[in-house]
Design a protein around this ligand. Structure first.
Ligand code: NAD
Ligand code: ZN
Length: 357
């Protein structure tokens, strides 16, 4: 007897946005609903945030191949409607989140010390396995995020990548309450959540991005200063000037999708400060002057999503009402329009897709 438990009414077919060939528009079509394997759950995705990573997957611009055809998406929030026979810690009807790390081996040295994003066998939602731009999505039971029932699935969906990632990055920066963090790309999806997490963690924020819409939004979210990279004559001196003593921010969180700021941050970070690289502009390199890096004793680190504990903590900040970042919702059928706006850098905050439309 198969031990797969399924809720009533799970259809055999569903609508999904499929990448058939990289570099071409996504295709909205009907595909089969998959059955969960022994250690997997099936999540009826209600909403999914759209991350810039999904656009990298569509464009195929990273040095890591995607599966093809591919259903993208890794900020999926929904309801558990099925599970395999080895799963005994989820209940049908629970709220679950499909995040970037869909699964990992759980036994390599990285997994053993809860560095599961570093697992060589990690499964990546919407990249190496199908993700949340479909109505029913598979996730490994051990890795799916637990979402408390009191949370709104639409508003929490961006937390499942953007929130977890920036929360982890802020922790990695070592910035302490009262210190100042510069968020580069502050008007985007990760950036807008980073402002909220930074504030909740007692940090002061300098937002760096371009245009008046993002200036206004970042101020509403709690940033004390805005440096416009598109109009500033000298970003380095403007960022330093935005700190009270002119010595620069204690940490820099790089979430822009552009190489330039990755080559500038080391110049304005405060002595003893930390630069955290999170954004993944295609083909980009970090750069820092050796002389200043040495005599300022600066640290430059990469930060990659978060582990299961970081995920739970990031969700708990949301549950407590501390994270209220702006989002706009459109139907799943309109995903390509979101990609087009994202490509043009026109999105302030996050777009969320509603899989019922
Ligand atoms: P987004 O498009 O929503 O936001 C990017 C923002 O960067 C935009 O607001 C844009 O105006 C701004 N920007 C562009 N050039 C800039 C510059 N020179 N200075 C300041 N701001 C600039 O993208 P997102 O969804 O927030 O994702 C950001 C990046 O983070 C992507 O590359 C994504 O793949 C990556 N990412 C990394 C991780 C990780 O674990 N490290 C996780 C999720 C996303
Ligand atoms: Zn993401």
């Amino acid at each position: 007897m198969s031990g797969v438990r399924m809720a009533e009414g799970v259809p055999s077919k569903q609508m999904a946005q499929v990448i058939e060939k990289t570099g071409q528009p996504v295709v909205f079509k009907e595909i089969p609903v998959q059955k969960p394997g022994p250690d997997e759950i099936l999540v009826n995705i209600k909403y999914s945030g759209v991350c810039h990573t999904d656009l990298h997957a569509l464009n195929g611009d990273w040095p890591l191949d995607t599966k093809l055809p591919l259903v993208g998406g890794h900020e999926g929030a929904g309801v558990v409607v099925g599970m395999g026979d080895l799963v005994d810690d989820w209940t049908l009807g629970d709220y679950a989140g499909v995040k970037w790390i869909n699964g990992s081996c759980l036994s390599c040295s990285f997994c053993q010390q809860a560095d599961e994003p570093l697992c060589a066998k990690a499964l990546l939602s919407g990249y190496t396995v199908d993700g949340s731009f479909q109505q029913y999505c598979i996730a490994k039971a051990a890795h799916a995020a637990r979402i408390p029932k009191e949370c709104d699935l639409e508003a929490i969906s961006p937390v499942l990548c953007a929130g977890i990632t920036v929360y982890k990055g802020l922790k990695e920066s070592g910035a302490r309450p009262g210190q100042t963090v510069a968020i580069v790309g502050a008007g985007g999806g990760l950036g807008s959540l980073a402002i909220q997490y930074a504030k909740a963690m007692g940090l002061r924020v300098i937002a760096i991005d371009g245009g008046d819409e993002k200036k206004k939004m970042t101020a509403e979210l709690g940033a004390e200063h805005f440096v416009d990279f598109m109009t500033s004559k000298n970003v380095v001196s403007d960022v330093k000037a935005a700190t009270e003593d002119g010595l620069g921010p204690h940490a820099v969180i790089l979430v822009a999708v552009n190489e330039k700021p990755f080559q500038q941050a080391a110049e304005y970070v405060r002595p003893r400060g930390t630069v955290i690289a999170i954004g993944l502009p295609a083909g980009a390199y970090l750069r820092a002057p050796v002389f200043e890096s040495v005599i300022k004793m600066i640290t430059i680190k990469g930060s990659y999503v978060g582990n299961r504990r970081d995920s739970a903590e990031a969700i708990e900040f949301f549950r407590r009402g501390l994270i209220k970042a702006p989002f706009k919702t459109v139907g799943l059928s309109e995903l390509q329009k979101v990609y087009d706006l994202m490509h043009e850098g026109k999105i302030a905050g996050r777009y969320v897709v509603d899989t019922s439309k």
